[in-house]
Design a protein around this ligand. Structure first.
Ligand SMILES: C[S@@+](CC[C@H](N)C(=O)[O-])C[C@H]1O[C@@H](n2cnc3c(N)ncnc32)[C@H](O)[C@@H]1O
Length: 419
């Protein structure tokens, strides 16, 4: 089985449903529970509930979806299990009464929510509040359907009940959702996060994850992170402490850091890129402004090819202006100086885009970072960023649902191997 094949799990409106392999992995990850009542909100065709039925044959199932057509597809489940389906808005504040499932009564919740931002309703504030998540977000505008469905599931779950979710990259790695991760890790036991292969769901490159938590089991001590390959195999887990999990919950990022440690370089004594950097400058000229700019602007497609030779890749001459123009150009553009290391900020192969500005100055686009360091540190940084280890770290730390990107803290927090 290759999960990269174009998905056949879409319905006629292009909504994508969870494949049996991913559904089974989620259910398998939910251990130490014997559920009597299983709930799947946003059930669609009941992919998750059907996988759960294979594991917990005698449980009662309740599924909810706004989509009436889903009801007929769910018949498979109905014929085999004690099952009730409700065609209802699962973000209804009074859902518990509407579907006859009291708050705090569900043993296992399963949910692959839609990744949309529903029009805000005041009742959403109550759902978030009731689930203890209202203070976890910087703004209510950050409460997409994914966050609201986590909250709704938490309300319906019993104490120590298990929740199995399929979540997008933002919630797992985004700085904006650090507060949400902090609250989930503090109030519940986030047991496992499995990084799914890109294209596990759709024809897009969307990065998604499985997350399993136990409700109100005290603070999370350690989270197990693993990753599923394109062939559907799940890697051995690595274990990370809650403070690191609050920062990010993706296997790729933490595995690359752990491998530095495993090679005998303890975290003690290592330095971050930030420790060597005086300034990290992001260009301002957007790609749509480049063509009308009277001077060449260094952009993503202008990095020289990294060759096998030991020669350091440098900015092509046509982008280099005389340092005498610094005052004049600085008025209008963000410029890199001689000795700056330029790296790509976005793009699928950003880890391969690193070069040095050897002399003069150069206008940079808003997709480029210029790393400015004291002369004695440049070589160390450049060697690291061009090394296999540095490339792997850049690749692992970059994130984004579609195109990958690097935030400033992603760059500054990269850990160099100990010398
Ligand atoms: C990404 S699909 C997931 C379906 C299924 N759980 C799976 O994993 O294959 C999301 C589903 O959520 C449903 N949905 C969207 N908004 C909803 C809402 N407010 N209440 C209930 N269902 C909703 C859609 O109709 C769709 O079937």
């Amino acid at each position: 089985m290759d999960l990269r094949r174009p998905s056949t799990n879409a319905d006629q409106w292009g909504r994508y449903y969870t494949s049996p392999a991913v559904s089974r992995t989620l259910v398998d990850a939910m251990t130490r529970v014997r559920p009597k009542l299983i709930l799947e909100l946003c059930a669609g065709q009941g992919a998750l509930a059907n996988a759960a039925l294979k594991k917990w044959k005698s449980a009662n199932f309740v599924t909810v979806d706004t989509d009436l057509t889903a009801t007929t597809v769910l018949d498979r489940l109905t014929s085999k299990a004690s099952h009730t389906h409700h065609a209802h808005d699962a973000l209804d504040d009074e859902l518990a009464d509407k579907i006859g499932v009291p708050l705090g009564s569900v043993d296992v919740g399963l949910c692959n929510p839609p990744y949309v931002r529903p029009r805000w309703r005041s009742s959403f504030g109550h759902i978030l509040e009731d689930a203890g998540l209202s203070g976890a977000l910087q703004s209510v505008h950050d409460a997409g359907a994914d966050v609201l469905f986590i909250a709704q599931n938490l309300r319906l779950l019993r104490q120590r009940g298990k929740l199995g979710l399929i979540l997008p990259d933002g919630l797992i790695t985004g700085q904006k959702y650090r507060g949400l991760r902090k609250v989930l890790l503090r109030d519940h036991h986030v047991e496992q996060v499995v990084q799914l292969p890109r294209r596990a769901f759709t024809r897009t490159e969307a990065q998604t994850y499985l997350l399993v938590l136990s409700k109100c089991c005290g603070e999370t001590p350690q989270v197990q992170l693993s990753q599923m390959s394109n062939r559907g195999e799940v890697s051995l887990p690595i274990s990370i402490a809650a403070d690191l999990a609050e920062h990010r919950l993706d296997y790729a990022f933490h595995a690359s850091r752990t491998s530095t440690t495993r090679r005998g370089n303890t975290r003690q004594g290592t330095k971050t890129v930030g420790a060597y950097v005086n300034e990290l400058i992001r260009g301002t000229t957007s790609s749509s402004q480049i063509d009308s700019c009277p001077l060449p602007v260094f952009h993503l497609g202008d990095f020289p090819q990294t060759r096998e030779s030991a020669a350091v890749p440098i900015v092509p001459t046509k982008f280099i202006q005389s340092a005498g123009k610094t005052m004049e150009l600085r008025e209008k553009y963000r410029i890199a100086n001689a000795g700056d290391i330029l790296i790509a900020r976005i793009g699928r192969n950003l880890h391969d885009k690193v070069c040095l500005l050897p002399r003069g100055i150069c206008i940079i686009s808003d997709c480029i970072y210029a790393i400015r360091a004291a002369p004695e540190h440049r070589e160390t940084l450049l060697k690291y960023l061009l090394s296999d280890h540095g490339k792997a770290a850049l690749k692992a730390t970059s994130h984004g649902v579609g195109a990958k990107y690097l935030s400033r803290s992603d760059v500054l927090e990269l850990v160099l191997p100990k010398k």
